[in-house]
Design a protein around this ligand. Structure first.
Ligand code: DX5
Ligand code: ZN
Length: 259
């Protein structure tokens, strides 16, 4: 069983004035998965992002609840589970039991979405809604009052290591303006091709949660890389006067620590 005290998911998700850095386990070395999870925890990243692919919704298969359970036994972090799956309804309960704190389903599932949101909530978990690059942002608008985070995919899902799609930036901006207009408080998360530069670009557009696989795991010093991503996103958001960033402080440049 997990020997770490578990974080309070409610408290964790609702800390409003900061940037969330979420390394994606997909880019980890799976031959030493427990150590990799501990490495993420020690890096002081905010969330661990877990990509679940079913070989149907996306053309790749990743891992299931058993791996999440193993990860949970090594960490008390907030587990952000991204379900790239055609039938998430059969997976919500198993992933909840395995240790997920939030589960994100895709808006491309259409009529199923409403019921999925309800099912995730009924498991006592936070709710995310993801949108793929070809899907117009208008698809998510009806659900914005019911979710804790909007995940804007910045690559076509299925594989790590792809290039960031610049054309997704206006989706982030639209989400920011809806969030303000509707007086909502969901996180705006970006996922796919996120490195220091693209993270800063997304932060300037108003994103506040950053999933990064190869962009973080590819660095020898993960802790320094997480700090740098937090710093560059904060700086970019502050430069644009985004309210979530203006009260945050960060100390000292760490640019020199990252090659
Ligand atoms: C893509 C996944 C991403 C992936 C990101 O299908 O949803 O979370 O792990 O990997 P990078 O950061 O390498 O693009
Ligand atoms: Zn993901």
């Amino acid at each position: 069983m997990n020997s770490f005290p578990k974080v309070d998911a409610q408290e964790e998700l609702l800390k409003p004035k900061r940037m969330i850095i979420a390394p994606s386990l997909l880019a980890a070395n799976f031959s030493k998965i427990g150590l990799e999870v501990m490495r993420v925890q020690l890096s002081k990243a905010d969330w661990l992002h877990l990509d679940i692919m079913d070989g149907h919704f996306v053309p790749n298969i990743s891992f299931g609840p058993q791996v999440v359970k193993v990860a949970r036994s090594h960490s008390r972090m907030f587990f952000d589970v991204h379900l790239m799956c055609s039938k998430p309804e059969i997976l919500i309960e198993p992933f909840a039991q395995a240790g997920a704190d939030s589960m994100t389903v895709h808006v491309e599932l259409g009529k199923q979405v409403e019921g999925l949101i309800w099912k995730i909530r009924s498991e006592g978990k936070k709710v995310g809604l993801a949108i793929n690059p070809p899907t117009p942002i208008s698809a998510v608008e009806p659900y914005l009052g019911k979710i804790d985070m909007l995940l804007v995919m910045t690559v076509n899902p299925g594989f790590g290591g792809q290039s960031f799609i610049e054309e997704m930036i206006p989706k982030v901006q639209q989400a920011v303006s809806w969030r303000k207009e509707k007086k909502l408080n969901f996180h705006i998360e970006v996922d796919g091709g996120i490195n220091f530069e693209t993270a800063a670009e997304c932060a300037a557009a108003g994103a506040d949660a950053f999933v990064s696989g190869t962009g973080l795991f590819g660095k020898r010093n993960l802790k320094a890389a997480v700090r740098k991503m937090r710093q560059v996103t904060l700086q970019a958001a502050k430069n644009q006067g985004h309210p979530r960033a203006t009260e945050l402080d960060f100390s000292g440049s760490i640019h020199r620590q990252i090659k």
